[in-house]
Every structure is written in C-alpha cells, then in structure tokens.
Design a protein around this ligand. Structure first.
Ligand code: SF4
Length: 410
C-alpha cells in the first residue's frame, strides 16, 4: 500500500525564505560593530527590544531546531556534564550542550558559523524559571548583561495590580536597555507593538481554519508555520507571510479541502510538540484519518491585547494573560472552550518529562476535563527534545488504541 502523503502548503516555500533571511540578518548584525543583538525568550518583550533597534534572536527557536533535526539528544549530556540536570528543560540542555561542542544547526541550514553573540540577554519568567537560568549561563560565558521581567505565576483572573507591576518592570527594563543601546525610539516601539498585534490576529485566523469541518490545517502544520509568529512578530515580514498563508488556507476552507483526507476524528493536543517525532506522529494520524485540529501550544503566540496606544500596559497584559501563566481553573475553561469551538472528539496530553510548565496532566486536569466535557483523553509520555524519554512504539500503540476507542464510540 502506498504511503498517504500530507497535503502540502504552498506558502511553506515563502516561510523557508523568511526564516533564512531572519537568521542571515541576525548573523550579519552580530558581526557589525554598529548594530546590537538581543537574545529574547519566546514570550519575552520583543517589541520593546525592537523599539531600541536591537536585532532579536530567540534561543528557544534554536533549541527547537536542534530537536526537530534530531540532534538535541546527542548534545544534552554535554550540558549535564557541567552540572545542568537531565531533568531540567531539554531546550536549555540541548542548546547549551550544542554550544559547548561548538555546533549549531544554522551552519548546515544557512552556512552560519555560530549563534550570534548577544549585547544583552532579556527574559521573562512568565513561562518558567529555566529561561532565566539558561540566559544566565550565556551571560556568564560572555560577560554580558542579563535582564528580565519576573511575572506572577499560576494566577486566576489577571488583575490591574498584576498589569501595573509588570508594566513598571518593563519601564525599568527600558531604562536599563538605554544604557546599552541608547535612547528608545517611541515611534518604532509603538509600530512594533502594532505589527505584533496584526501578526497575532492573522496567526489566530490561520489557526482557526482548523475549526472548519474538515479542518484546513493540522497541529503539525501549525508547529512548522508558527516560526515567523515567534521570531518575527513586530515586523512587516511576518504580517506579509501570514497574509499569504491565511489566503491559501481560506481557499482550502471555501473548497472543502481537508488537511487530513477522509477526516473521521478531531483531536486537541495539549502540551509541547515532540520535535524529533513530528513527522511520524503526523503520518500516523494521517493514516488513521484523524486530524489534530488545535493545540494550546500553537495558540500561545496569540497576543490580542497588544495596543500601540498603550504599549507598556498592553504588553504587560498580553504577556501575563498567557495560558502558561494561569491556574488550572483558567486553563480548563480555555481548553473547554477550544474543544467546543473546534468540535473535538478527544484530547491528547503530552507529558513532556523535562517541561512541567507545559505538561498539564500531572494534577488531575485530564480526568476533570474528561468528566466535564464527556470527552476521552490520552496521555503520551515523552519530551520536547530528549528522545530518550519517548518510546515511539508505546506512543504508536496508545494512539492506535485511542482511535479505536473513538471508532467504537461513533
Ligand atoms: S516552558 Fe518548558 S520548554 Fe519552554 S523554556 Fe521553559 S522549561 Fe523549557
């Protein structure tokens, strides 16, 4: 029997170029003494950094490339050897391990010799503490400043005092950045916030083409096409890219084209991707005529609170209202609404061994939501980057059994 092929997205070609230009641009900036490079966490204050004219580099994206190219597992032990535990974030350990070995996948992809040396590293702990430890490792290595925002965690409703305290930290951060990069350009800052907002709205619309029946894109497509929303938000390039991608997907919706041919079941993915196994997982769901139509992960780069007329407070709100910052009550309401919007038949939880922050199966959530929504769930044990924590055979068998269970419920 011939293998069922995933449906190609034509805009992928444009995305590859956009990502190549991004990396080559930062590489050039890092070698130009007149330009400044900032490292930023994936949900860090990118717009403020752009307002100062920094080229912005995102190590999590680099670590995900190490995972997707199945190199991460080889490098993790090198970070373990200098005291960074195999139990902590495998983005951190893969990235630091690769650096210690003098390797970057950007060499093979773009001919770039090394990751760009930063003038400053800027984190937000809204996602976890690991990002701070990760950036501090590089700050010590290069003796460059490491600055950050400390966000409240595990919160219910986001109150005005949360926003006020984060906005004050952002303004303090701006003062610290001025000492490194000179004065902030307020127009550029506002424009970056505006473009981020537009990018976010387009990205959300792209993801919502998964609500169509059949869905026009899968979670696995989303993990590939989210690149520009992560590393190029705040730029016209990202806006142009998502305008093109959205047009293509809306065309699919209007013609009833399915991302998964013969779609029979629709699932929600909660948790991190298994970067090194995207292809076999996507292929298995394709062969089971089952579409993973939505995820928390891909929606984490939707920041619709951003407002160029109130850049500090709106950034504070956008980066605090994130799913990962919130308590289980808010998270469960969010997933329940998503399951309803996307007409989901079941939920898959990925328990990523080294990321408790993005593994929401550990405190009874799957059981509570299954009962509340009358939807079955499946927990897959694995990891984002460390493939030693993932049994492909076990995951394959569990997914097969889960889809059989859905078949029987039909
Ligand atoms: S949220 Fe998880 S994967 Fe992301 S940096 Fe933190 S520990 Fe690593």
């Amino acid at each position: 029997m011939s293998e069922v092929k995933p449906k190609r997205i034509a805009a992928a070609k444009q995305m590859k170029q956009v990502m190549a230009d991004h990396f080559l641009g930062i590489d050039a900036a890092s070698r130009d003494p007149k330009r400044k490079v900032a490292w930023c966490t994936s949900v860090g204050p990118a717009e403020l950094l752009q307002g100062f004219g920094f080229e912005v580099y995102y190590p999590e994206n680099h670590a995900a490339i190490l995972g997707a190219t199945r190199q991460a597992t080889d490098y993790i032990p090198h970070a373990n050897a200098v005291g960074y535990s195999p139990d902590i974030c495998s983005y951190l350990t893969a990235d630091v391990g690769a650096f210690l070995k003098g390797h970057t996948p950007l060499t093979q992809a773009y001919g770039i010799e090394a990751v760009p040396k930063p003038d400053v590293l800027v984190y937000n702990t809204n996602q976890c503490r690991d990002v701070q430890d990760w950036f501090m490792w590089y700050a010590r290595h290069w003796d460059v400043p490491c600055l950050g925002i400390q966000t409240h965690r595990n919160i219910g409703p986001v109150a005005d005092d949360h926003v006020t305290s984060i906005a004050a930290q952002l303004e303090r951060l701006a003062g610290e950045l001025e000492a490194i990069a000179g004065p902030l350009d307020p127009d550029r800052f506002r424009e970056s916030v505006r473009l981020s907002r537009v990018c976010s709205e387009l990205w959300e619309k792209v993801l919502r083409t998964g609500t169509a029946q059949p869905a026009a894109l899968t979670f696995f497509d989303g993990t590939i096409h989210m690149g520009p929303a992560v590393v190029l938000r705040g730029t016209q390039v990202a806006v142009d890219y998502y305008t093109a991608l959205l047009a293509e997907l809306e065309q699919r919706v209007s013609e009833g084209v399915a991302a998964v041919e013969g779609e029979r079941h629709r699932l929600y993915w909660e948790g991190m991707p298994v970067w090194g196994k995207l292809r076999p997982l996507s292929q298995q769901f394709l062969e089971l005529n089952t579409c993973v139509v939505a995820s928390t992960y891909c929606n984490s780069w939707v920041f619709n609170q951003l407002d160029p007329d109130d850049p500090y407070r709106s950034m504070a709100r956008a980066y605090t209202e994130l799913f990962i910052v919130r308590n289980d009550t808010v998270k469960e309401d969010y997933i329940a609404a998503m399951c309803d919007d996307y007409h989901v038949d079941g939920v898959v939880y990925h328990d990523a061994k080294t990321c408790p922050n993005n593994s929401n199966n550990r405190y009874g959530m799957p059981q509570r939501l299954s009962e509340r929504l009358d939807l079955p769930h499946l927990v897959i044990n694995g990891d984002l980057n460390d493939l030693r924590c993932y049994s492909e055979e076990q995951a394959r068998t569990s997914i097969e059994a889960f889809v059989e269970q859905l078949d029987q419920a039909d």
